[in-house]
Design a binder for this molecule. Structure first.
Ligand code: SF4
Length: 405
């Protein structure tokens, strides 16, 4: 039996955060219903749509290490159980609860399901008791909050819609309606962040006791207004108040210490969880397990092939309404690119990678590739397991660059 994750992309936001480089848009609420309808239609017709688009799904689904289902004595396409659903964005909590419910109904109709984890990304200012109650009735059991900071000055500079007070209003509402798995995101490196304000955010986060925490370092990307200002200059988005890379690394390391002391298990470079609350859905990405993405810009992975829908929401809706599927990118993985993914995604997990397994499955010898990284103190070896050195997690990109050389 293959456990499958489903990702649903909702590419709408109330405003554009200054650091955001995602394909999301600020659109009229009148566009939400046709979008949700298109997603339902894509889900219900996914087999035919993917076949018509030339994607290897579902008849030729492979296990994550490339062995066809047929060779394992399983019937392709009929042994899939969807056990995780993730509504991401964008801001999926902007949709009416009825839209989310219809999408979940389409998933239950289109797949065999045993839904252990159904996550909704939400912004605190969008939380209302009635809406949250309807989410729970629809089957949502995990909420991932894009908090980013508990400091209003930082939230204002980042162009976020919520303020600190919204967080304190939203969390009790979710607890009251029965959401007992809440994740908080923080960003290390927002404009005006200081050592003291970062500590304040960490302390307030711990006091609220989320089951899961994600901490991201600010990405400097010219696709965002803040990133562009950082690279080209200007004074509109507070680029001059962005902490240095060394400060960001220090913030990350402070979080590592504090969250460990508070009983969180650090299981992936950017993710911590109370025992048993690791994200089941996101673990599929890092373990290279199969998932299907629905909606504009959603990505999918069959085990041997990756593909993505068109990013433009209007183009996506009109293509699905016309009976087609705008697959924008398709990539059949070569053995070499699959191996690179194994190393890159495996090292993101703090459990590290089992060299013996990968060497057997890919017919390669890896020890010589890791030796220089061990000498440089970038990775550590424990028997057959290699993992990133704990004091290099904040600069993991540098390690990956060395590894891929
Ligand atoms: S809420 Fe998220 S997706 Fe939307 S603009 Fe802000 S960072 Fe981007």
């Amino acid at each position: 039996m293959t456990r499958l994750g489903i990702y649903v992309q909702v590419p709408f936001c109330q405003t554009k955060c200054t650091y955001c480089n995602f394909h999301t848009g600020v659109v009229s609420a009148a566009r939400f219903a046709p979008y949700a309808e298109a997603v339902c239609r894509e889900i219900r017709g996914h087999r035919e749509l993917l076949e018509a688009a030339g994607v290897d799904w579902p008849g030729r689904l492979r296990h994550r290490h490339g062995a066809p289902l047929e060779s394992k004595g399983e019937t392709p396409g009929t042994d899939l159980i969807v056990d995780t659903v993730y509504f991401g964005g964008g801001t999926p909590s902007l949709l009416d609860a009825a839209h989310l419910q219809k999408i979940l109904e389409a998933i239950r109709e289109g797949f065999a399901t045993e839904l252990a984890e159904v996550t909704l990304e939400a912004d605190p200012e969008t939380i209302e008791a009635e809406k949250a109650g309807a989410w729970v009735r629809a089957g949502i059991n995990r909420v991932s909050f894009g908090l980013q900071s508990f400091v209003d000055k930082e939230l204002v500079a980042a162009g976020r819609m919520h303020r600190r007070g919204d967080i304190y209003r939203a969390v009790p509402i979710l607890r009251e309606v029965g959401i007992f798995n809440i994740s908080f995101d923080l960003i290390a490196g927002l404009p005006h962040q200081t050592k003291e304000s970062w500590r304040q955010s960490l302390e307030e986060l711990q006091a609220l006791g989320p089951e899961h925490v994600s901490i991201y370092l600010l990405e400097i990307d010219e696709g965002s207004r803040l990133g562009s200002e950082l690279l080209r200059g200007g004074g509109r988005y507070s680029a001059g108040a962005v902490p240095s890379e060394d400060e960001m690394a220090e913030f990350y390391e402070t979080a590592q210490r504090e969250l460990r002391a508070a009983g969180y298990h650090h299981y992936e470079i950017s993710n911590w969880a109370k025992p048993g609350f690791e994200s089941k859905h996101n673990l599929k990405y890092w373990r290279r397990e199969a998932y299907l993405g629905f909606g504009a810009g959603a990505h999918s992975f069959s085990g041997t092939q990756r593909w993505a829908n068109a990013h433009d929401a209007a183009a996506y809706v009109s293509a699905v309404q016309g009976g087609g599927l705008p697959v924008e990118q398709q990539e059949k993985l070569t053995a070499e690119s699959a191996l690179e993914e194994e190393l890159f995604l495996g090292l993101r997990q703090l459990d590290g990678i089992d060299l013996g397994r990968i060497e057997r499955e890919y017919g390669v010898t890896l020890a010589s590739r890791f030796d220089p990284l061990m000498v440089a103190g970038l990775v550590e070896r424990d028997g057959g397991v290699v993992r990133l050195a704990t004091n290099r997690l904040a600069v993991s990109n540098e390690v990956f660059v060395e590894l891929m050389k």
